[in-house]
Design a protein around this ligand. Structure first.
Ligand SMILES: [Zn+2]
Length: 571
């Protein structure tokens, strides 16, 4: 007999940002910060529900895999996960900036309502600047050349060290992701033009340089497929029938429709008869390939194979959309009546391909198809799983560049540059701003400093080996000095190029330590020089993803700073 316990009242806590919560937030930030960037440290995640151990530095895996207890952390993680589900990239950027803003604000000793208003104004100022023509930390994506697109893909792949790629492998994978993405762009633009799809097929055990892009889809080899069936089909175009309903013959899977049974006939036999009738229709209409999302009855399978029709079943829902898009077939949802002949799609060819010990059936579409497969290889399960996330993110970033054809400078240069821009904009002639925000000059400067320090701290988070981050006093970019550098040398003897790779050191540049006070500068290098000197290893971030991450970070931090009570059900 179970024991009944009286329901406990909900717990209401006042002023949720206590010292204890701030400390938890700080630990959370340190965990995320240590994963940030190409040199980020990896995390091993193993939860007590079992499953495999994951090695990662990706925000999506970390935030999904690490159980969070406090509602404030859950709120922050939920905002970031929502951002990642829409934009794929810059999850760690949003999470670290959100935590840092909250922590820096707690040290200000100012009313949170005033700080929130100032942060909101600074966010608007930042977004307006990043979207303006004058912005010198963004570049236009040039679709006439592959350079900026490749830089976008490379930056994402390089920022995931758990993929364990060498430099050469990283370059190769980036070019393969770009190649796959370009195949999804239709050649002709019309009212119904839409992007195709890249399907990632992970192959474990091969080296990364075995990765390849193939047009069309790769599916599991059907069991006991006679090779003669494929050879027989290969001479001409292949009619394809696609079913999204189970053809297993189970009554529970028979979908909509009526089954008429006389009392002398068993239901199973009646359904099998219907299935075979559909099979005969397909044979008479010269269908060469039947693909079913679910299971096909073994008797129907055998009958079709004897009639030289290839049967692929258990395709799964994920591949249905690209298959329909690629073949032009309409998926059939019932086999109780005859199949309309306009439901069939077409394939150009079929063949068997091998990757390592794995054999796959390659469904080859016509010339203008926008569906392709990225066969992704890496040495083991862990590195392959992280590489799959990295490639999906890179492809999403490339797709986003079509909606807004800009990229932001990476390597901490955008954050550093933006901080120096805000500092220079918020020093003089701000009387109107102060009266709008109803705060004093000192309060405003404190909040501006907190906002800018949060951005600079994010840029410094890219360094994990004790090196120093610098800012140049002409362009406001981030530069890096190694930890072992002699302290009595000049900065110009220790640096080479800035984080994004755009600027090389030269005589007229001067530097200061990033995070210390440095003389005010008005960054505004004209963007025209970008076109002339695009560096080979340009580091570029997705413009839409970073702008949204900035917005999410500031808005979530403001929301958390604004919390007065937390009410929790403790039953
Ligand atoms: Zn730079």
């Amino acid at each position: 007999m179970s024991r009944l316990a009286p329901k406990k009242p909900s717990l209401c806590s006042d002023g949720p940002l206590t010292d204890e919560v701030c400390q938890t937030l700080s630990v959370f930030r340190e965990i995320l910060k240590s994963c940030y960037g190409p040199c980020g440290r990896l995390k091993l995640i193993h939860n007590n529900r079992g499953g495999r151990v994951q090695t990662t530095s990706s925000s999506a895996v970390l935030l999904n895999g690490v159980p969070l207890s406090h509602p404030v952390l859950k709120l922050l993680a939920a905002s970031v996960m929502n951002h990642v589900s829409r934009f794929s990239d810059c999850g760690l950027f949003a999470a670290i900036l959100g935590c840092t803003l909250i922590e820096n604000t707690q040290r200000l000793n100012m009313a949170s309502s005033s700080v929130i208003k100032i942060y909101r104004q600074l966010l608007n100022l930042s977004i307006a600047y990043l979207n303006s023509e004058d912005c010198s930390c963004r570049v236009k994506v040039d679709f006439k050349s592959s350079q900026t697109l490749l830089a976008l893909a490379r930056t994402v792949i390089a920022s995931k060290p758990a993929c364990m790629l060498t430099f050469k492998e990283g370059e190769y994978i980036s070019s393969m992701v770009l190649k796959a993405f370009l195949r999804t762009v239709p050649c002709t633009v019309g009212p119904n033009a839409c992007l195709g799809k890249v399907v990632i097929v992970p192959i474990e055990g091969n080296i990364a340089q075995d990765t390849a892009v193939l047009s069309g889809l790769l599916v599991e080899m059907p069991e006991a497929l006679p090779l003669s069936n494929i050879k027989r089909l290969s001479s001409s175009c292949i009619n394809v029938a696609v079913f999204n309903v189970s053809m297993s013959g189970d009554l529970s899977d028979a979908a909509d429709g009526t089954v008429e049974i006389s009392c002398t006939v068993s239901p199973e036999a009646a359904i099998l008869e219907q299935l075979l009738r559909v099979g005969k229709q397909m044979v008479s209409e010269r269908v060469g390939l039947l693909v079913c999302q679910k299971v096909v009855h073994p008797v129907l399978k055998q009958y079709l194979q004897e009639q030289h029709v290839i049967v692929v079943d258990r395709l799964g829902s994920a591949l249905m959309e690209p298959l329909v898009q690629m073949t032009g077939a309409q998926s059939v949802a019932s086999y109780q009546s005859a199949i309309p002949s306009n439901c069939y799609g077409l394939l150009k060819d079929l063949c068997v391909v091998s990757f390592g010990s794995k054999e796959l059936l390659h469904l080859i579409p016509g010339e203008d198809s926008t569906v392709c497969s990225l066969v992704l290889c890496n040495r083991n399960e862990t590195t392959l799983s992280e590489l799959k996330i990295a490639c999906q993110t890179a492809e999403d970033v490339l797709r986003l560049s079509l909606t807004k054809p800009f990229a932001l400078l990476g390597g901490g240069c955008t954050e550093t540059h933006l901080a120096s821009y805000i500092r220079s904009k918020c020093t003089n002639r701000i009387e109107d701003v102060l009266s709008d925000l109803a705060c004093s000059y000192t309060e405003y400067q404190l909040a501006v400093d907190s906002f800018c320090r949060s951005l600079e701290s994010l840029a410094r988070s890219l360094e994990h080996d004790g090196g120093e981050s610098l800012v140049d006093l002409s362009h406001g970019h981030r530069w890096f000095v190694q930890a072992s550098s002699p302290l009595d040398s000049y900065w110009k003897d220790l640096v080479n190029s800035c984080g994004c790779g755009l600027f090389e050191k030269h005589q007229s540049l001067d530097w200061a330590i990033l995070g210390d006070k440095y003389p005010s500068l008005t960054p505004g290098a004209d963007c025209s020089q970008f076109e002339e000197t695009t560096p080979d290893l340009f580091v570029l971030d997705s413009f839409p993803a970073k702008i949204n991450a900035l917005q999410i970070a500031v808005e979530t931090a403001n929301l958390i700073l604004d919390l007065k009570y937390i009410i929790q059900d403790v039953n």
